[in-house]
Design a protein around this ligand. Sequence first.
Ligand code: FAD
Length: 420
Amino acid sequence: MAEELSAQVCVVGGGPAGLTLGLELARRGTRVVVVEQSGHFNRSFRGESVSPDSVWLLDQLGLLDQLRGSFLEMRRMEITDGGRTVLTADFSTFPYPHPYPVELPQPALLTVLAEEGARHEGFTLLRRATAVELLRDGDTVTGVRCSGPDGPVDIHAALTVAADGRFSKVREMSGLSYTKIPLDRDVVWLKLPFPEEWDDTTYRVRIKGEHHGLFIPTHPDDVRVGFNIPKGGLKALRAEGIGALHRRLDELAPELSDAVRAEIRGWSDTSMLDIFTTLVPEWSMPGLLLIGDSAHTLSPILGQGVNHAIIDAVTLAPMIAPVLGDGPADHAALMPVLRDFQQRREGSIARSRGLQLRQERMFALSGTMAVAGRRALYRLVDRSPALKQKILAGAYFQLQEPLTAPGRPADRPTPTKAGV
Ligand SMILES: Cc1cc2nc3c(=O)[nH]c(=O)nc-3n(C[C@H](O)[C@H](O)[C@H](O)COP(=O)(O)OP(=O)(O)OC[C@H]3O[C@@H](n4cnc5c(N)ncnc54)[C@H](O)[C@@H]3O)c2cc1C
């Protein structure tokens, strides 16, 4: 016999989207159960880049102070192409309340969200519980069956929210259609001790020909390195041996050569990220909604996955909390709200996706003329602070209103652009 639980909302997945939603609902007095298949929050290669807009949101939610000491504030971005710097961005020149992205390991973020949630009576986090089946009444989803540490648990809820990530099982079980669009290249991630000669407040993007690498300072004292390989190219790279990986990195960052050989001794020291985006035409059906990566998987460029996961949750909670009564679910009232949520969020996600795809195409250019054109374009952007800001605004500043006067914080801005 399955154990029976009931809640107004059941959230599947205790990642950034699911836990932020759980907390924001519980704060509004909604009874919510978050089910998470893992027993811990340790994730060594997951989104750790939090965009300025999400930093601002975490501040608005009263969580930023608790997270201080767990993140690195990033001040600059530097792109080099063929060994020469072609573009730099100094985030301090952007006139927003929170102009800086931060590098915040997910375990720290998720721990704070879970601890904050646990302060509220209506919040339950079930760990080591995996959603294995949707409960249904005709075409309506009425909850999920989980396989828990002590056996099956049925969670009955007016609304089930799938926040179970890029390979969402709930999306699969729901029958909601989606298209997975593979990008041309995948990324191999690895971690190295932070090099002494670098400052840990700069994002470094190194391009050479059609190869590029991202070098991202990682709290407390590492650097995450992500470099591109052709789609499905890991097998070929592995066949060449680990020396081939060392040589690939030498091309991009010769100063890391010793560290790469000392730290990366085998393929188990790396993690491959299959890069794709997912288009889901309908995020909802009666009783069910997709958010975060399960609704819109993005590529890692400019760290947008965590950003949109948090914005989804913060947008959604105030929309649904008033519609969820304590009695039986009113799907006629809920469905328009779920559709409205998707409409509010889609434009913002499309802007980030467009920026990522354009950037990925730039990285992938090959041939003398195309590479020369790319460098010229980067240099052109570098000369125009206004253009730089406009381009980055698509990823970094969709929520925050600019400050009224340079260097003077405006009153707390009212978030409007993404519908929060
Ligand atoms: C290797 C890697 C590197 C990445 N790098 C970056 C980056 O540099 N910058 C960036 O912004 N983003 C990056 N991302 C993406 C980023 O991690 C995601 O966009 C972000 O975490 C999405 O949050 P989410 O809450 O929607 O999903 P997730 O963080 O994926 O959380 C989903 C949660 O659901 C749980 N779950 C899954 N299935 C079930 C189930 N059936 N039952 C119960 N629980 C379940 C999982 O255990 C997980 O905790 C990376 C992702 C990967 C995999």
